[in-house]
Every structure is written in C-alpha cells, then in structure tokens.
Design a binder for this molecule. Structure first.
Ligand SMILES: Cc1cc2nc3c(=O)[nH]c(=O)nc-3n(C[C@H](O)[C@H](O)[C@H](O)COP(=O)(O)OP(=O)(O)OC[C@H]3O[C@@H](n4cnc5c(N)ncnc54)[C@H](O)[C@@H]3O)c2cc1C
Length: 387
C-alpha cells in the first residue's frame, strides 16, 4: 500500500478530516489529526446536517459507523415548512412527507454537528487526535513536511491532507487559486435555549426546518437536539458589505437595528430572534471556488472538503462532499492501483474537482434562485414539481 511506513497528518478535525482519519486508522495507517480546538467539548456552531445516500451516508457506512449514526440522528428533523415574510405557512411537508428509511436513496437523515463530531472522535484512538494544534505553516523536510503550530509545537509527516475548512491555511501550498464572491452574504444566528428565548419561533419550527423567504431575502431556521435554534439570514450584497455596512456584529442591538430596517416589511414576530441574551452571531460572506479549478498534483500533499471546494450552503452539500472526498481519497490510497503517490493524488483530485464542480454549479443556481426577487414563488414551484 502507498501509505505503508508513512506518517500521515490531517490538518483539521471537521467531518471530512475525521472521517478520513477513521477510514485510514482502520487500515492500520499511522495517521494523526491536528485540530485547532482545545478539546472535544468546544461547542459546534451551525445548522444540522442532512447526509445523502450516495455521499455522506456512504462514507459513514464504509467507516463502519452506521450503527452509531443511527443512535444519534434526529428522526423528523428533515421535515420542512415554507413561510412568507408574514409568517404564513405556504408549504408544510410535516404531513405530506412519505415514510422513508435507511436504504432509500431519497432518505436524508439529519444529524447535529456536535453528535456527528463526537461519534467520529469516539471512533478514533485517543492518541490520533492532537487537540490545541492550530496550523500556522509548514516547510519541506526530506520527502515530507515539517508542520508548525501556533503553540510552538512541530510535527513531521510524509503526507499531509488539508481539511481545515473554507479559510484553509494549507491550501496555498497546493494552489494560489482564490475564491469568488457568490453575491450573497449570510448572518448565522444561534439562539440557545430557544424554547425560552424565542418561544414562538421554536414552536413554529417544531423540531424541523423553516424556509422563510420573500423579496430576495432568506431566513432559514433549523432546530437542534440541544434546544438551539440556528438561523441563517441571507441577502444579496456587495462583496465588502460586512465591513461597509457599519453593523457591529459583536453587538446584538446593532444587528437588531439593521434587521428592523432591512426587514422592515417582514412581520415583527421575526424579531423574537434577538429577544434573549443567549445568542451568537456569525457573519459569513459566501464564496466559492472556480468551476474549472485544477492544479498540479503533489506527491506529499492534498486537500479535501471546504478547503478544496468551499461553496454557499444553499444546496446542503458541503459536508456530504467532504465525506465523499474522504472516502474517495481513502480508496485511492489503499487500492494498490497506483505505484506512485502523485498518480494516486492526481487521479483523486481530478475526480474530486469534476464532482464538486457540478455540485458547485447547482449550488450557485440554487443560491441565485433563493435570493431572486421572486424567490418564494420559485421555491414553491420547485417543491410542487418534486412532490
Ligand atoms: C450556515 C451553514 C450551513 C450549512 N449547512 C449544511 C448542510 O445542511 N449540509 C451540508 O452538507 N453542508 C452544510 N454546510 C457546509 C458544511 O458545514 C461544510 O461544507 C463542512 O463542514 C465542511 O467540512 P470540512 O471537514 O471540510 O471543514 P469544516 O467543517 O470547516 O472543519 C474544519 C476543521 O478544521 C479546523 N481548523 C481550521 N483551521 C485550522 C488550523 N489552522 N489548524 C488546525 N485546525 C484548523 C476547524 O476547527 C474545524 O474543526 C453549511 C455551512 C454553513 C456555514
């Protein structure tokens, strides 16, 4: 096997990196994940993730973790309502959704990020995850790399895999290709203990998801198992809107003032989002990589997940693609089909870029449609055609 007697370093313990580590560990590979979080208790931001049969679930299955997944996924969390800006429900699949289960290609079970991360970490040997290791730089060293971390520690690896997410620091050692602004900026809001802090919205979401949209704006809600309501406000902006808007995103009142003005025509009930103090606000300018990106494969370095193909979240594909990358890279590296690392890496990267180029294109179309002036009608047309 290409990785015999090699030290492998995975930078970043998100869904992609941890899944890859699990797959490689089970093949006896000497693999370590270097994660910047101080420990496994760090709270996971972000909405729940729905895993797809041919990508995310396939990788979890191959990693031997489907039974663990079944313990922690959230039945019913995939149900969805669509509302207009006045909170009128115009579509509700809570009643119409057919019974689906594992093995059905349309079944997309939801799991919260925290439990997914926990189950992946629990599947790794303790010594294979090095916490508190924020990558800063790396230098060529023999056939491999000397990796430097912010806390002053270093590590040697023959082969490095970047899975450090959308703002990857490792990516630049592979390519200088820069991300492109998608035209949309989003503001992620997590309301903790939402039953108390946003009771009306918590009741409306009813353990599932709400897509509220009109006039080019989106307000997407999902309920998490720990009682958090995760909300993504989306709108078309110029690229530097976060800086130029004058909003202080660290100050709830400043964001609420903006919301009242920009969403003035929306029901005041949405403002309940800002009522409590148990809240976090994370602004996110949405970028993607070019659809035709490619680079020269290296024998000792590659990347997976958002580091390789960040994209807006409006098609719910990012984590699924990261898991598909993990599975495909594992298969290529352990298949005995290739004699040389650069051939294996080149094969993997070409396939990953082709797959994620298609997905990025679909995602951009959906991002555009969701933020079109006529977005509510477009989404209703979409669901009525699918059903
Ligand atoms: C609001 C929102 C909603 C989304 N909804 C969905 C959805 O419904 N379905 C879906 O499939 N996808 C969704 N996505 C996308 C999904 O979250 C990502 O595509 C996915 O998490 C990518 O996985 P990853 O492992 O590549 O990177 P990440 O999940 O970003 O993980 C990267 C890891 O690297 C660590 N790290 C970062 N920098 C360093 C460093 N310098 N040194 C060491 N460690 C580092 C981070 O702490 C993190 O643990 C959403 C994204 C957002 C923002």
């Amino acid at each position: 096997m290409l990785l015999d007697n090699k030290k492998v370093a995975i930078i970043g313990g998100g869904p992609g990196g941890l899944t890859l580590a699990r797959l490689l560990q089970e093949k006896g590979v000497d693999v370590k994940v270097y994660e910047r979080d101080e420990n496994r208790e760090v709270r996971q931001q972000g909405s729940t993730l729905d895993l797809h049969d041919d990508t995310g679930l396939k990788a979890i299955n191959k990693a031997g973790l489907i039974d663990e997944f079944k313990k922690y996924y959230r039945p019913g969390a995939d149900t969805m309502k669509i509302t207009d800006r006045d909170m009128n429900i115009v579509y509700d699949d809570h009643k119409e959704k057919p019974e689906e289960d594992f093995g059905n290609e349309h079944f997309r079970p939801e799991i919260d990020r925290g439990p997914l991360r926990d189950l992946l970490i629990a599947s790794l040997k303790e010594e294979n995850v090095i916490w508190g290791s924020k990558f800063t730089e790396m230098k060529p060293c023999g056939e491999g790399w000397e990796i430097l971390f912010e806390n002053g520690t270093t590590a040697y690896a023959d082969f490095v895999i970047a899975s450090d997410g959308a703002n990857s620091r490792v990516r630049k050692y592979i390519t200088e290709i820069q991300p492109i602004f998608s035209g949309v900026t989003a503001i992620e809001i997590n309301v903790y203990n939402a039953e108390k802090n946003a009771p009306k919205l918590w009741k409306l979401v009813n353990g599932g998801k709400i897509f509220a949209l009109e006039q080019g704006k989106t307000v997407l809600f999902s309920a998490k198992g720990d009682g958090t309501l995760t909300v993504l406000l989306g709108l078309k902006t110029e690229q530097n809107w976060l800086i130029n808007s004058g909003i202080d995103f660290k100050n709830k009142k400043s964001v609420l003032e903006w919301f009242k003005k920009d969403f003035a025509e929306w029901s005041r009930d949405w403002q309940e989002l800002f009522k409590g103090d148990e809240i976090s606000i994370i602004p996110r300018t949405m970028y993607h990589f070019p659809l035709n990106q490619s680079w020269k494969p290296l024998p000792n370095l590659t990347m997976i997940g958002d580091a390789a193909h960040r994209m807006p979240p409006y098609a719910g594909e990012g984590a699924n693609q990261a898991l598909a990358d993990a599975l495909e890279l594992y298969e290529v590296l352990t298949s005995n089909l290739f004699q040389k690392m650069e051939d294996a890496i080149g094969f993997f990267e070409k396939k990953m870029c082709a797959r994620t180029s298609e997905i990025t294109e679909i995602t951009l179309q959906q991002t555009e449609a969701m933020h079109d002036e006529n977005n509510l009608q477009l989404l209703l047309n979409f669901f009525n055609e699918v059903v």
